[in-house]
Write a new protein. Structure first.
Length: 163
């Protein structure tokens, strides 16, 4: 099992990308990559589940090759590590924390994009959103956070041991 968390500040003149989907909004997330907090949280959860550290270890913000990179490409690289270690993903559960914008209508497209990259059934991916009822940085509209938890198991055709 792996757990992931990410947060980025909201700023003007940046696109808002969540789960690989561009969301129409007056602000976007600031970061070295496209700052997709949902995808970053999933990456961290997967890396944690296979005991490979975190996203910053593999894709440091000091490396220019990752400047403005779509986070779905990072997810694809992480998925390669998951497969290389002999694991398969059973399910993913996520929560986005944002006061605005409303995100529900974008969930199906996010799930489709993520499921295609991770080669898994879309019904095994859950994306939820919540507000903080005006409290904290998310409640003040200063940023967006995301949490993810994943469950992996040794792939049936894997010769590697998960322990």
């Amino acid at each position: 099992m792996g757990f992931g968390y990410d947060v980025h500040p909201l700023v003007p003149n940046r696109p808002l990308i969540l789960g690989g989907v561009r969301i129409p909004y007056l602000l976007g997330l600031q970061g070295h990559s496209d700052a997709d907090v949902l995808t970053h949280a999933i990456c961290d959860a997967l890396l944690g589940a296979i005991a490979e550290g975190d996203i910053g270890r593999h894709f440091p913000d000091t490396d220019p090759q990752y400047r403005n990179i779509p986070s779905l490409l990072l997810l694809k690289k992480v998925f390669g590590m998951v497969k290389e270690k002999g694991f398969q993903i059973l399910n993913i559960d996520t929560t986005i924390v944002a006061e605005k914008p409303k995100l529900l209508e974008y969930f199906p497209k996010m799930i489709k994009m993520i499921s295609e990259i991770l080669e898994m059934e879309s019904g095994r991916i859950s994306i939820k959103a919540t507000t903080t009822e005006g409290l904290g940085f998310a409640g003040r509209g200063e940023g967006i956070a995301a949490y993810a938890i994943v469950l992996v198991q040794e792939a049936p055709d894997s010769s590697q041991s998960s322990l």
